[in-house]
Design a protein around this ligand. Structure first.
Ligand SMILES: NC(=O)c1ccc[n+]([C@@H]2O[C@H](COP(=O)([O-])OP(=O)(O)OC[C@H]3O[C@@H](n4cnc5c(N)ncnc54)[C@H](OP(=O)(O)O)[C@@H]3O)[C@@H](O)[C@H]2O)c1
Length: 264
């Protein structure tokens, strides 16, 4: 199936590593024109070079912080100027897992606010700046990268993903009549550049092998392995494409079937 992404103009927040970078690679491979952002210039430049090497496509990488409204506005203006408009927005920039993971007595309200400022208000800032460009084209896709913590209790920071699910459906209601579909992807534990060093540290701490750590992490996942960031990117590419025309306002997991809860 051709995803018809050739020439589509895509903006991805947090594209310098991890899931965002994988989405940039898959969209560029499918012929989309891509702009990414992140806060660190060196990682952005490295990501742009990696993406060029892997896909043959030159992308624009812009330093921007999604917690700052002025920074978001100038990032989106630069992206729209470079691309000649925007068709696709992937909201992804945030700290994986969140900043407040422990019990209530250790939870820091300022860290929770920082989490929400980045992942919830940050996604809103970027969507608000980008939406007029999508409307101008009369067609668009917004994909919010949430997280499966939305579907199970355990970490206070998980509330940000629930908020984003609400935001997704609300935007779908508002923008659907203008040809813009809005969906949220919930990744589960996903392999990125962080995974190997994290597993090595855990293996050392527990005095077990790295394979033991990986096996334990995979035990509750139906496919019995951690999902690769590229697999999340494949779903994002489908949702970003014209082929996803009937799907909007939905929350779709890419967690390899983790857990046993049933969602209707
Ligand atoms: N990996 C997982 O297992 C997993 C599971 C569920 C959900 N998720 C979600 O997937 C998304 C990506 O996670 P990941 O694991 O790929 O994270 P990651 O490897 O840490 O990458 C995060 C990206 O976002 C950028 N970023 C962070 N804060 C930013 C800000 N304020 N402004 C602009 N850019 C910012 C980072 O660059 P700079 O630091 O240079 O700014 C980087 O490019 C997040 O929303 C995360 O919650 C991940």
């Amino acid at each position: 199936m051709d995803l018809d992404l050739c020439g589509k103009r895509a903006v991805i927040t947090g594209g310098s590593r991890g899931i965002g970078k994988s989405i940039a690679i898959v969209l560029a491979s499918e012929g989309a024109e891509v702009v990414i952002c992140g806060r660190n210039k060196d990682s952005l430049e490295k990501a742009a070079a990696d993406i060029l090497k892997e896909t043959g496509k030159s992308i624009l990488a812009v330093v921007a912080d999604t917690t700052k409204t002025a920074s978001v506005e100038s990032f989106i203006a630069a992206a729209a100027d470079h691309l000649g408009g925007i068709d696709i927005l992937v909201n992804n920039a945030a700290a994986p897992g969140g900043l407040v993971m422990g019990p209530l007595n250790t939870a820091n309200p300022d860290e929770l606010l920082a989490d929400i400022d980045t992942k919830v208000v940050g996604y809103m800032r970027v969507a608000k700046a980008a939406a007029p460009h999508l409307k101008n084209g009369g067609w668009g896709r917004i994909i919010n990268i949430g997280g499966l913590a939305a579907r199970s209790a355990g970490a206070i920071s998980g509330m940000r993903n629930v908020a984003l699910t609400h935001f997704t459906k609300t935007l779908s209601n508002e923008l659907g009549p203008q040809g813009i579909n809005v969906n949220i992807i919930h990744p589960g534990a996903t392999r990125t550049e962080r995974t190997a060093p994290m597993n090595q540290a855990q293996a050392k701490e527990r005095n077990v092998s790295v394979k033991d750590v990986e096996d334990a992490a995979s035990a509750g996942i139906d496919i019995r392995r951690i999902v690769e960031s590229e697999e999340v990117a494949f779903l994002a590419a489908f949702l970003a494409s014209p082929k996803s025309s009937a799907i909007t306002g939905e929350a779709i997991a890419a967690g390899g079937g983790v857990g046993s809860a049933v969602f209707q």
